[in-house]
Structures are given as C-alpha cells and as structure tokens.
Design a protein around this ligand. Structure first.
Ligand code: ZN
Length: 319
C-alpha cells in the first residue's frame, strides 16, 4: 500500500535558530525588496489570508507570512518577513498562535494591526481540552504565550465572527470601498452558514462522538457539533506525546471502540500510526486547514472542510 508523501515539520532547532536571527535583525526594516509590502495587507497564516482575500475581493493586495506547506505553529520569520510587516498597510494575525509573529509584532505600529483573537472568542484553553501527559514539552514552548486554543477557523461560526471583524477594519481603513467589503463579507459569511448547517446535519446522529486526532486542533469544531476530541499531541503538533500519553490514548480507543484515528497533512503521522497499529484502528485524514498544499483534499477552506465532514461521517459511523 502506498501513501502520499508527507512533509515533515521543521526540526525545532532550525526554528529556534531562525527566531534568533530574526531577533538580531530587530530595528533594521530597510532590507531590499520589502517596499512591495507597502499598501498591502499582510496576514499571518492561511485561514486569515483566505478570509481577507475573499473580503478584499482584489481591492487590496493580500500576502501571507506562512508559506503554503509550512506548519504554522512553529513558523520562523526571515528579516524580509518582519520588514513586510512593518511596511504593510495593515497586519492581521491571531495573538497566541504563532510565537514568531507575536514576537515580531513589537516592531509593528499598533495602529496598523488587527488581532482577530478577540473576535474569535477563544474560550477553550490547551489544558481544558487536552488532559494528556505533556512530560516531553519544554516550559519555554508555551510559558511566554497564551494557552488559549487558537483553532477558531474550524468552527464556521467563530470564523464568521473573524470575517466580520476583518471586513469592519478594511472598511474603516478604506471607506471608499466599504460597500464592496460589506457585500463580500456577507457572501463569505453566507457560505460559512451553509457549511455550518451541513456539519450540524451530518454529525447529528453518529455511532460515536469520540474523535482521536493527531494534534488537538478540533476543539471548537468538536464543541460546536457535540463531539469529544482527544488530541494525540497537544494544542501544537510540536508537543510530542509521552509513552504514557500514547498508552492512555490507545486505552481510550479500545474502551470507546474508536474505529478511526485521524492524521493530518502538514505533520508526520508517526504517533497517529502508532496508536492505529496498537489498536487495530484505521487511519484517515482530518485536515486542520493550517495551510493548503497539493496534498490537501481540496483547493480552499470550503472544499477541505467538506472533505473533513465526509471523513468524520465515515469514521464516526454517522447516518
Ligand atoms: Zn494547530
């Protein structure tokens, strides 16, 4: 049996080195090639980029800091990236998701920043939804940052609220095009409302409610549709599970008769495979949509979400 090639998450050492390089570049915002960022909106990662593009409708150039195929939690920023942030018309990000972006934000004019974390209503924390052993996780990974679960976009209602906030800000900054932004936001939220109804219906009557995922990205989705998420890794894929944590998950899989373990596209599936192998469960893909690549089951958020719904309906034995 063959499997599509999977991208490996960058080793933490490389990320740490890059962060250090970025830090030493603090204050030098005049690198060549950054002037193209002037007048554009810089977004931190795919779901924010996608919503902003849908709402801007081509009226403003929209760029993204997290390159397609890169795992966004441990993003590293090059000096040019920080330069593009300082020169942008507006930077849109979610505080507490990407430490490198949070750190660089100190150099950006606060008047040119939109943090969507507030409108996303991040009511879940890492501890609440992920009680597994995190012995392997270093203090420095999370100590300096919020422990809120950032994965708001996997709940269409939270994503709608973020889209409204983006539209309001674009309209405020560019009143001449406010009507366009408002119309585009209505259309985008309308599509999210349809998607929300499809999830509600599709997951209303399932044989199981227990969703075992690669990393704990589906807390808001699970809360919205009455499912129970257990992430093998924590809120970030970098937080590797301990042997005891893996055992605990495997015990749960047997006890709850879970038939499907969900892996994802941007992170190597070794822990998901371990649990599947030890329990006899099947592997399927549930995509946290932290980036779209050629391996994604769809070309945009909506297509991949519908693929996720199909994977959940199958794995949870929904009628
Ligand atoms: Zn994630």
């Amino acid at each position: 049996m063959t499997r599509p090639p999977l991208r490996r998450a960058l080793p933490a050492l490389v990320a740490a080195t890059a962060v250090a390089l970025t830090a030493t570049a603090c204050g030098s915002t005049s690198e060549a090639g950054t002037s193209s960022a002037e007048g554009s909106v810089v977004t931190s990662f795919y779901p924010i980029q996608f919503a902003t593009q849908q709402i801007a409708g081509g009226k403003i150039p929209v760029t993204v800091l997290t390159k397609p195929g890169a795992e966004p939690h441990d993003l590293e920023l090059a000096p040019q990236d920080v330069g593009s942030m300082t020169q942008a018309k507006l930077v849109i990000y979610a505080d507490g998701f990407q430490p490198a972006v949070d750190d660089a934000m100190g150099q950006v004019d606060a008047a040119k920043v939109l943090d969507v974390a507030d409108s996303a209503q991040l009511t879940l924390t890492a501890a609440e939804e992920d009680s597994h052993d995190h012995a392997g996780e270093s203090e420095s990974d999370h100590a300096a940052h919020s422990s809120d679960d950032p994965h708001f976009w996997l709940d269409p209602q939270r994503y709608s609220a973020v889209a409204r906030a983006i539209a309001a800000r674009l309209s405020k900054d560019d009143p001449a095009n406010a009507a366009t932004y408002s119309t585009n936001a209505d259309a985008f939220v309308g599509r999210l409302t349809v998607l929300d109804a499809e999830f509600e219906k599709g997951l209303s009557s399932c044989g199981s409610k227990v969703v075992v995922t690669s990393h704990a990205a589906f807390g808001y989705l699970s809360q919205r549709y009455g499912l129970e998420q257990h992430g093998i890794s924590g809120i970030s894929p970098e937080a590797e599970p301990s042997a005891a944590g893996l055992q605990q998950i495997s015990d749960l899989v047997r006890k709850e008769k879970v038939t499907t373990i969900y892996q994802e596209t941007l992170v190597e599936p070794k822990f998901a495979e371990t649990v599947a192998t030890s329990t006899g469960a099947t592997l399927a893909t549930l995509d946290p949509i932290e980036g779209i690549t050629s391996e994604s089951a769809g070309k945009d958020y909506f297509e991949v979400m519908r693929s996720n719904l199909a994977a959940l309906e199958k794995g949870l034995n929904c009628r």
